[in-house]
Design a protein around this ligand. Structure first.
Ligand code: SF4
Length: 463
């Protein structure tokens, strides 16, 4: 009996982080609300560290599951007396990734006091650094890069956290956004290319708050100030905000998939609203790959904006051809063998009255392995669609990601070593059209050199 992902999400993000510093604010409570806004970035575990509490120790609660599982009574958090807090939602992959000990924040004691650490991303040289530390006698209790950084801070020796970080962080090679606290201040860090997003906002009533996405600020009434720069260390404490560049930054390389798929539509990245970018991706797609059809439908949720842009540009009606059931857990077991074989999906259901007898343009944001596309085409045909034309609002994914996004190895990708014209015969679509890289960049509205596009182009930034 198979246990499978629901809409077998083919791409996955690796965590959401947030944290802030403020006097006289219910910071743990606000952090919990921000985590709700960041839940789409990871659903495996959630946690909050806040402090300093009684006895000057930091308070910590973390666990497996959704934010609502770990903090069922979020109002209780109002009572936690603190002036700083850090929050984390986790998506993990790889061996040991799903172990409860890897939930974050990590809270550790070292000779200068306590440390709480969270991160989003992936360190390419983690193995090397870990081995070096183990040879020096370090004992690791988790598989996380947060613990690795904690060991490096502890060994650096400085009692001043900023100084220790400025010394050790340049040794990290990878794509990351860290938030670290010693119970006196909260420090945000972005890697030298700025692959992973991190922004800062001011809190109503005083204080500052950082988060992976700006949608978290809206949830708590915080006012966006700016995105952290690549290579920047931003310190939040009782004196306000202090910034320092601690890593040389050759250029910015924000992951373009944040716009295409990961980020929430109500977030802004580098000043560009994600929903508007997705709609523009759809418009460009309609110009580049027009098709004779009756209706346009999007794959819920991340492709709806692109589908509406496609419909607008093509002058076709946008229809809800697929409905997503939001109330199914993260995994399910299909009830019968026949349903499993036929690829029946209980999370996505077609609206038969809409698609029956129609020529449907089905817009999806990306294709990775292609297994989801095969299933979607089957679903539409079973519901009576006369033709199904697949339109993808990004270019073919041809390579894996080395910067923390869970993309399978290249040989598992449908576009690997395959011409675009060959893909309809694999997916069962009547035709396919991918948005070109030029138009993708145009829709995002940032210079191409400021975006990481490596899994599409094969041009991987050298760290
Ligand atoms: Fe994003 Fe692809 Fe670059 Fe990875 S390789 S950071 S998924 S654009």
């Amino acid at each position: 009996m198979g246990i499978e992902n629901l809409r077998a999400r083919e791409l996955n993000e690796a965590c959401g982080v947030c944290g802030g510093f403020a006097e006289d604010q219910p910071l743990a409570f606000l952090t919990c609300f921000s985590l709700y806004a960041l839940q789409h970035r990871g659903q495996e575990s959630a946690g909050i560290a806040a402090g300093p509490g009684e006895g000057r120790k930091m308070w910590l609660k973390r666990g497996m599951g959704l934010v609502s599982d770990v903090f069922p009574d979020s109002a209780d958090l109002k009572g936690i007396v603190c002036r700083l807090a850090l929050g984390h939602v986790r998506y993990s992959y790889g061996e040991g990734g799903r172990s409860p000990e890897n939930t974050q924040p990590l809270k550790l004691r070292y000779r200068h006091g306590e440390l709480a650490i969270i991160h989003n991303g992936y360190l390419l040289n983690a193995g090397e650094l870990r081995e070096e530390l183990e040879c020096q006698g370090a004992i690791f209790q988790t598989d996380t890069d947060s613990e690795l950084l904690a060991h490096m801070i502890a060994r650096q020796g400085s009692a001043k956290l900023e100084e220790a970080l400025a010394e050790v962080v340049p040794r990290l090679k990878g794509a990351y956004a860290f938030i670290v606290s010693d119970g006196h201040k909260v420090i945000g860090l972005r890697d030298g290319f700025g692959f992973r997003p991190l922004s800062v906002a001011s809190l109503e009533g005083g204080g500052y708050f950082m988060a992976s996405e700006t949608c978290a600020f809206d949830t708590i009434g915080a006012e966006f100030i700016r995105d952290l720069e690549p290579g920047e260390m931003l310190v939040l404490d009782e004196r306000g905000l202090h910034s320092r560049r601690i890593i040389d930054s050759p250029c910015s390389k924000l992951c373009v998939f944040e716009y295409i798929y990961f980020a929430r539509p109500d977030s802004n990245l580098q000043g560009r609203n994600v929903h508007l970018v997705r709609r523009e991706l759809g418009r460009q797609l309609a110009r580049e790959h027009p098709v004779e059809a009756d209706i346009v439908s999007g794959v819920p949720d991340s492709s709806i904006a692109a589908a509406s842009g496609f419909a607008e540009e093509a002058g076709l009606p946008y229809e809800m051809g697929l409905v997503k059931n939001r109330y199914i857990g993260r995994t399910f077991i299909k009830p019968t063998q026949k349903m499993r074989e036929e690829g029946v999906d209980i999370k996505l259901n077609p609206v038969r009255k809409i698609v029956e007898g129609k020529r449907v343009v089905l817009v999806d944001d990306s294709i990775v392995r292609g297994t989801t596309s095969v299933k979607l085409i089957k679903i539409m045909r079973r519901a009576g669609a006369r033709e199904v034309h697949l339109r993808i609002s990004s270019p073919p994914v041809k390579g894996s990601c080395y910067y923390g996004i869970d993309i399978p190895d290249a040989h598992e990708l449908i576009a690997y070593n395959r011409r675009v014209e060959e893909i309809p015969s694999v997916t069962g679509a009547d035709s396919i059209g991918y948005l070109s890289m030029e138009r993708t960049v145009e829709a995002v509205g940032l210079p191409a050199e400021k975006l990481c596009r490596a899994c599409f182009t094969g041009d991987y930034p050298v760290l």
